[in-house]
Design a protein around this ligand. Structure first.
Ligand SMILES: [Ca+2]
Length: 403
């Protein structure tokens, strides 16, 4: 029996007809697509917010570190120190007692800074304490200096304030001069596979092009090798690094704490930010299906409706909140938040808490609205509190705690 289909939450919400279909699919040998996800009804932010009473826990945000220039991502090292990327191409170190080292870490690769392009995620290897590998995602300029660039992934070890032992592991192809939609989030799963989210570069048809990395999630071994069980390995009309496609621009990704599956969100066009569960070989629809519309004109993109062969989002934000950053809350510091999914809003200038019932969003709280500006990244710290960075030239690292 397919464990994804038989998850204990599925029968609770599935209409009887759908459930019968799900069970039939589960019984079929090697069913190509688990129907559970296609049949899960998408929830819409406006409906869930309207039905959500006051937040379970009122919170405040305290600026712990100021003077960060467009911070993009924050990560913790085993000793409690933090690393923060700044989109302009600098990597900063913050001590466990929140002192910002005035000297950036040296040796960061050359980063293209234009539009949304720059330095993106920093993530330590799950066994960082023993192997010292740090992973960085960034917009890499073309080596031929032709003005094109694309999202790339490298790893290095931090030695004496600089990045040593550098290895480039991946670069998206083809590159482009478009300063839009580069993704850039890195997640390791419990088996040590690495996922990197990408975007469509503002060239939306690329998200459906089979020999193009744009608009996909890629999956690699920690040293950059392509896993033999990736869904498109051995298919010459596809790319072996690709794990899923049809994604527009994923700037949030996290591993579900109990299922171990990769959840991502992506920016929609006008309206239609989405939350998705990323599964091998699936197509998430962009731009063929979307709940968003063209900016300004409000005209329709794609077919706008569910369609066979394309995954539906778990949740959709209409209007969009400019979604960025993602963390599952698993700590004990705020007991009422345990199991929640936290995401940030750039244009929405808020921290959004989603309460989940399995794969369904049942509550949506808007927190800290307007209090910290454009929320770029959301993380759970080792102390159990939630940390944010905000997208501003004078940005900060904020700690979120009950009021
Ligand atoms: Ca989609």
């Amino acid at each position: 029996m397919n464990t994804k289909i038989s998850s204990p939450t599925a029968p609770a919400w599935a209409p009887a007809a759908c459930l019968a279909g799900v069970l039939a699919a589960a019984a079929a040998v090697a069913a190509p697509v688990a129907l559970a996800q296609q049949h899960r009804p998408t929830s819409f932010s406006k409906d869930v917010v309207a039905a959500t009473p006051a937040p379970a826990v009122a919170v405040k945000a305290t600026a712990m570190v100021t003077g960060l220039n467009r911070p993009w991502s924050v990560a913790w090292l085993p000793n409690g120190d933090m690393l923060v990327t700044e989109r302009g191409g600098t990597l900063r170190r913050i001590s466990a007692d929140f002192k910002l080292d005035p000297k950036p870490i040296e040796g960061v690769p050359t980063v293209k800074v234009a539009g949304q392009a720059g330095l993106f995620d920093v993530v330590p290897h799950p066994q960082y304490a023993s192997n010292g590998w740090l992973y960085l995602a960034y917009a890499e300029p073309s080596p031929t200096d032709d003005g094109e660039y694309g999202t790339a992934l490298m790893r290095a070890r931090l030695k004496d304030g600089r990045l040593a032992d550098q290895q480039k592991l991946f670069a998206m192809s083809p590159k482009s001069r478009r300063g839009f939609h580069l993704g850039g989030k890195i997640v390791f799963d419990s088996k040590g596979f690495l996922y990197l989210t990408l975007g469509d570069r503002g060239e939306m048809a690329r998200a459906q092009a089979p020999r193009d990395h744009a608009g996909s999630v890629i999956r690699l071994h920690d040293d950059g090798r392509v896993p033999a069980d990736n869904p498109f390995v051995g298919k010459p009309d596809q790319l072996p690094e690709v794990f899923s496609r049809g994604n527009r621009n994923m700037q949030g990704a996290a591993l579900h704490p109990t299922t171990g599956e990769l959840w991502t969100h992506e920016h929609g066009p006008q309206g239609g930010d989405e939350l998705n569960i990323i599964r091998a070989g699936r197509n998430y629809g962009w731009p063929t299906i979307t709940y968003g519309v063209n900016y300004g004109t409000g005209t329709k993109i794609g077919e706008s409706t569910p369609r066979e062969g394309f995954e539906q989002p778990v949740h959709a934000w209409i209007p969009s909140i400019g979604i960025s950053g993602m963390a599952f809350y698993t700590a004990d510091a705020i007991p009422a938040w345990k199991g929640s999914l936290l995401v940030g809003g750039l244009s929405g200038q808020s921290l959004v808490r989603l309460v989940l019932d399995g794969e369904r969003v049942v509550r949506e709280e808007r927190l800290l609205v307007g209090e910290v500006g454009r929320v770029r990244d959301v993380r759970m710290g080792p102390d159990g509190w939630v940390y944010l960075v905000n997208d501003a030239a004078e940005g900060s690292l904020w700690r979120v705690q009950p009021r």
